[in-house]
Design a protein around this ligand. Structure first.
Ligand code: KG4
Ligand code: ZN
Length: 805
């Protein structure tokens, strides 16, 4: 970092469009007018769908051409879109990785602004219309006035509209004759704009994409006085459009009665055997009011009546509202709600039952309310709190709220209300089960360099900490492991609550949540590692790591891409080797956390939400897959059965809890492919049998005994798993057995395998329960092995959603 210099070196990238934008520029702050920028080197080039492959190498090339390195860079700029969702996320995730890895400020810039400034730089003046491609027949339209001083926006907010509508809107303007068109939307929809008579003054085709110089100029116009940028945790994509699943949610939130009860159906009280969150429904009004009464008796806040809640949830509310409840074991334990006024969500109420405080429930409720609010276009949140309620004020401050004013006597004579406001998104909680990251409070960025004693430095060098990132599905996880296999940090931020209402993981939401939380989870892991190592000052810094590992696949491609892009930027900027890990190998290696001397040959059962496999591990890395599922994975079957019973998502934990008190022999469900020598699995027949059983019993008017059903279903699944594993052990002569994947967290499966196989002289290993469901500890174990062998990846690797063992 060159401080106090007249000029700074800035790296700029944007992969929102087919143009891979990557440039270096000098940035000279000025007290008056825009900062001066000077393009130093550019690697801008068209590259369709290969941005994640090419971005870091392009940056490397540009730096080399300029005779510079990451150590010379003072700040990072990134295009926030709008554009292709995945494209935007690749640029932002890489940029976040670069900024975190080299401890640099990061600034987000509108890609539309960058396009406008690209035209400006080429000498275009007058009225400019940008039509950026939004796919599906749509564009992101944006109007600018370009004069000698620069490009200024003639619109307030990015939006997405049908290309035909944009063409019509522009053609109908009185100044249509002056409009000069640009933007990559012209490639696909040029004919439409042509027919509207708008292409006559279109910019030359080479200007239709943003450029590195445009990005630099757009940022310079915004932040003339200083080097731009701040905390990389706070830079987020501009989407303008919801995932389809959320689009339906918005309608529900804005206009329609809460469909909350539909999400979990009639079986809410059964689903509620663990702490869950869902939108408030009419049936909650009585309980919500009682909770309020209990929470606020004696305070200045008058408790809400059931009627007030009902009117909040009623149809035709003048402004959109969002209300959430937390429930556990059929009991309401928390509520929070807010209404949307002018892009601000006013938090109306937060109440948590007295016995359930300090468990992160209020934070989670507020994160749901603020997430909905963002979906409804809010940029800020505000609330009132009694001025002497220190606990609540501290909670809100941790979420990013700050004091904005006081309402005297708001809660009655002498009882003032403190008004607090925050920018959205709120600082979302990392999983309540994980230690709370101390960085949740506003933190200085770039981070001050920690001071280390010589002994500490020697210890860190000896321990060779390897950081690993996992983002293949709906868990953002980061772990750090040392050379001896000790876990120094293990952080998981789960998104389950955000998918639960859709009955399964929504890929687009998963990708978005990963981008939102990845920096926070990495920071929390670096802090936890410093504590584990007993370092006196500051978190472990990226430069103190030995390597960076990441899950490359298999999994959801959009989710994987976020972790891979971040890891590449992070490793490159920190000057550390990159290690790619197969997620399935992670599930296998999780067994080393329990049995460090586990040695092939052995039999391994993988049972997760996406996979069901029986594997003969002949040597490390030498896998003979004996059999896989022909249809559903085991975890998937648990999820589908739970869904059929209205038990919510994910199904595994609920079913295993129900099964505790059930009789596994109560119902005789079929065991498929139960022949010797056949190692294939099939679960769809069982799933159908369970569904038929539910239908039959319901039709006959009998109540289903859920514990018996759950126990019998488990027995049918696990019987087959056991027999095939036993047969494989006999056939191969292996004397060791281990298991992995989310379903391996099931206590009955674990207990059965240990009991039955141990009796036959087999050594059985089961990973720690929290290392069965997706986590980064298992990825770190593999990464450490690969680090020891020097198996490093190029920066041109991409996510591979279809990897196998
Ligand atoms: O390994 P994982 O976290 O994600 C994938 O890689 O797929 O596995 C998730 C799956 C889900 O289907 C979930 O229902 C299941 O693991 N699961 C369980 C239990 N806990 C999670 N299944 C049965 N019993 C459990 N206790
Ligand atoms: Zn998994």
């Amino acid at each position: 970092m060159t401080q106090g210099n007249e000029r700074y070196l800035v790296a700029a990238c944007d992969t929102s469009t087919d143009m891979l934008v990557c440039a270096l520029g000098w940035w000279a702050p000025s007290e008056s007018g825009a900062a001066r920028v000077e393009l130093l080197a550019s690697g801008d080039h068209l590259c369709r769908r290969r941005a994640n492959v090419e971005l870091v190498d392009t940056l490397d090339g540009v730096l080399r051409d300029a005779g510079l390195s990451m150590a010379d860079v003072d700040g990072v700029l990134v295009g926030r879109g709008p554009g292709s969702f995945t494209g935007v996320r690749i640029g932002i995730s890489t940029a976040k990785g670069l900024a975190c890895g080299a401890n640099l400020p990061l600034e987000g810039v509108s890609t539309l602004d960058a396009s406008a400034w690209t035209a400006w730089r080429a000498g275009v003046r007058g009225l400019l219309a940008v039509a950026a491609d939004a796919m599906r027949g749509e564009v992101y339209p944006a109007l600018y006035r370009l004069d000698e001083a620069g490009a200024s926006r003639l619109y307030e907010r990015e939006r997405v509209v049908k290309a035909a509508l944009a063409a019509r809107e522009w053609a109908e303007r009185p100044d249509a004759g002056e409009l000069q068109l640009t933007g990559d939307g012209l490639v696909r929809y040029g004919k439409l704009f042509e027919e509207a008579g708008l292409m006559g003054r279109a910019c030359p085709r080479e200007l239709w994409w943003p450029s590195g110089e445009g990005l630099l100029l757009a940022a310079a116009a915004d932040a003339p006085a200083a080097l731009p940028g701040g905390d990389p945790a706070l830079v987020l994509p501009v989407y303008t459009r919801l995932s389809d699943a959320e689009e339906n949610e918005r309608r529900r939130l804005g206009l329609e009665q809460s469909e909350g009860s539909r999400v979990t159906g009639v079986a809410d009280e059964l689903a509620g055997r663990h702490l869950q969150f869902r939108p408030m429904g009419a049936a909650d009004a009585e309980a919500a009011s009682a909770l309020e009464e209990a929470c606020f008796s004696g305070s200045g806040h008058a408790a809400w009546t059931p009627e007030m809640f009902l009117s909040e949830l009623g149809e035709g509310a003048a402004v959109p509202r969002t209300w959430w409840v937390a429930h556990d074991d059929g009991e309401l334990v928390g509520i929070a709600g807010g209404m949307v006024v002018d892009r601000d969500v006013q938090v109306l109420d937060v109440a948590v039952a007295s016995g359930r405080r300090r468990q992160g429930i209020a934070r989670k409720l507020l994160s749901h309310v603020s997430y909905d609010a963002q979906m409804l276009g809010c940029a800020t949140a505000s609330l009132e709190v009694e001025a002497d309620n220190d606990a609540a004020i501290a909670l809100y401050e941790r979420l990013g709220f700050s004091r904005a004013g006081v309402r005297r006597g708001y809660y009655g004579a002498g009882r003032d209300a403190l008004v607090m406001t925050a920018d959205l998104p709120l600082r979302l909680p990392v999983d309540a089960a994980s230690p709370e990251p101390t960085s949740a409070a506003a933190r200085p960025w770039p981070a001050p360099a920690p001071s280390r004693t010589d002994a500490e430095r020697a210890e860190i060098a000896r321990r060779q900490p390897v950081l690993a990132i996992e983002s293949s599905c709906d868990e953002t996880a980061v772990a750090i492991i040392d050379a001896e296999g000790n876990l120094l940090a293990n952080q998981v931020s789960t998104q389950i609550d955000f998918h639960a209402r859709f009955g399964g993981v929504v890929p687009e939401i998963a990708s978005r949540k990963h981008v939102e939380v990845i920096v926070g989870v990495v920071d929390a892991a670096l802090e936890e590692a410093a504590a584990s190592l007993g370092l006196a000052d500051g978190p472990l810094s990226p430069g103190e790591l030995a390597a960076v590992g990441v899950t490359q696949g298999p999994g959801l491609v959009g989710a994987l891409v976020v972790g891979v892009a971040f890891a590449k930027g992070f490793a490159f900027a920190a000057g550390k080797p990159l290690i790619c890990v197969n997620h399935l190998e992670g599930h296998l290696y999780a067994n080393l956390l329990t049995t460090p001397d586990l040695e092939p040959p052995f039999i391994f059962t993988l049972v997760s939400g996406g996979h069901t496999m029986l594997v003969h591990v002949r040597a490390w890395g030498d896998y003979e897959v004996l059999g896989e599922t022909l249809d559903d994975a085991v975890g998937e079957a648990f999820d589908k059965v739970a869904k059929a019973l209205g038990l919510g998502y994910p199904g595994g934990p609920v079913i295993s809890r129900l099964a505790e008190t059930g009789d596994p022999k109560a119902i005789d469900f079929p065991r498929a492919l139960n022949r010797r020598g056949d190692y294939r699995f099939s679960l769809s027949g069982l799933k159908t049998a369970v569904t038929l059983y539910i239908e039959q019993e319901t039709k006959a008017g009998r109540t289903i005994h859920l514990p018996d059903l759950a126990a019998s279903f488990e027995a049918a699944v696990f019987d087959v798993q056991y027999k095939k594993a036993r047969n494989a052990l006999r056939e191969t002569g292996a004397r060791e057995y281990c298991i992995g994947g989310g379903v391996a967290a099931n206590p009955h499966l674990r207990e059965m395998m240990v009991r039955k196989l141990t009796r036959q002289g087999i050594r059985v290993t089961v990973p720690p329960r929290n290392a069965c469901t997706d986590n980064a500890a298992m990825i770190a174990v593999v990464a450490r092995e690969k680090f020891a062998r020097g198996e490093f990846a190029d920066f041109s690797v991409d996510a591979d959603p279809n990897m196998t063992l």
